[in-house]
Design a protein around this ligand. Structure first.
Ligand code: AMP
Length: 347
């Protein structure tokens, strides 16, 4: 059977919650488990610096994310796992793509418009840029940076360097993969065929909802999310407060559905059946369900926590894994970049 190459970028910062685990990481692990897949997973640290960051925290966060993914099961023997900034070909190819991509295509990107708004919220003088598109940039110190605009060219380089057949992405990234396909087509048409036009491999749109407002997706704020690093007490406390009591807005039943969805993923069969029966009989006690679920989620991640602690105590070993991943990635990326340079006439 022919091998399939898959590329995925991982956010370099931010605390991961169980929504990330079920909606993203588990699928990367499943993909890795198929021996027909050749996986390139990288921590997108160059993308990470397009939004405000603290230098002191950047390296610590990156190491934390690397340790998290490795402890959850990313296997460096099966997957080429590396930091984006270690493979210089990403930035070089991104520059070449910058030079063949019309600005108009970049201004169209929904995520660019959203992020500009986030970075410049709080006012500042409004300047109309790019004519009709009417993007507002503020002149305060958080003015949107150029990296935010050219981000999709870097993403196209991230993908196309490995000539993948498919790119597993969340819905929010579909537009960027479409642009990568457009760039591949444009490059091939102008200079000669090098790149495949990769398909989007849309991850199952599983949505884990907020514990506090189960009509919204779980995200990283306050008590609405269960973080992978949470202690048993934190998990218990947050679940105890999870919305299940009846209210008029329908949030209560969405909240209960969400807890059952979590139970389905983290609890043993026997527990699932016990609570499903209780619900059918109308005897379900939310406090009992929440307590059991808290224990099951805590236990599910017990091994992960141990491994992560161990890895973070061995920064040299972590660096060795990332270094090895980068050198394997470089072999493939370097070859592609060489072909690109030859096609466009760069000596
Ligand atoms: P974010 O950190 O919010 O940019 O999320 C990165 C990716 O993680 C998304 O594209 C989703 O695939 C996944 N994800 C994040 N939050 C959730 C959630 N609450 N439920 C399911 N998947 C999620």
């Amino acid at each position: 059977m022919t091998q399939q190459t898959l590329v995925a970028g991982i956010r370099a910062s931010g605390k991961l919650h169980i929504g990330h685990y079920l909606g993203l990481i588990k699928q990367l692990l499943d993909t890795q488990a198929d021996p027909n897949n050749r996986c390139f997973y990288f921590i997108a640290d160059l993308h990470g610096i397009t939004t405000p960051f603290e230098s002191k925290e950047l390296s610590q966060n990156t190491l934390d994310i690397a340790a998290t993914y490795l402890s959850l099961g990313i296997d460096p023997n099966k997957t080429t796992f590396f930091l984006q900034n270690h493979v210089l070909e990403h930035a070089t190819l991104a520059w070449i793509f910058n030079c063949i991509t019309p600005l108009g295509e970049l201004y169209r990107m929904t995520q660019f418009k959203d992020k500009v708004e986030q970075q410049t919220s709080g006012g500042g003088k409004k300047v109309s840029m790019a004519g009709k598109i009417g993007i507002q940039i503020s002149q305060n110190k958080e003015v949107a940076n150029a990296g935010l605009l050219t981000y999709p060219c870097l993403m196209a380089a991230d993908i196309l360097l490995y000539k993948p057949s498919a790119v597993p992405v969340g819905e929010d990234q579909v537009q960027h993969v479409e642009l990568a396909r457009l760039i591949a087509k444009k490059f091939n048409g102008k200079f000669g065929k090098i790149f495949p036009e990769p398909q989007t491999y849309l991850r199952k749109p599983l949505r884990i909802m907020s514990l506090q407002d189960p009509t919204k997706k779980m995200s990283k704020t306050g008590d609405e999310a269960l973080l992978l690093d949470d202690t048993r007490e934190e998990i218990q406390r947050k679940l105890k407060k999870a919305v299940t009591a009846s209210d008029a807005s329908g949030k209560a039943s969405a909240g209960v559905d969400n807890l059952f969805l979590l139970m389905n993923s983290f609890s043993p069969e026997k527990t699932k059946k016990y609570f499903a029966d209780k619900q059918t009989e109308g005897l379900l006690q939310y406090s009992e369900l929440k307590q059991t679920l808290a224990d099951d989620i805590y236990n599910f991640f017990a091994e992960f926590r141990e491994k992560k602690k161990e890895l973070l105590n061995k920064p040299d070993y972590l660096a060795e894994i990332l270094g090895d991943g980068a050198s394997r990635a470089r072999k493939v990326a370097g070859q592609t970049l060489l072909e690109v340079k030859q096609k466009i006439g760069l000596l």
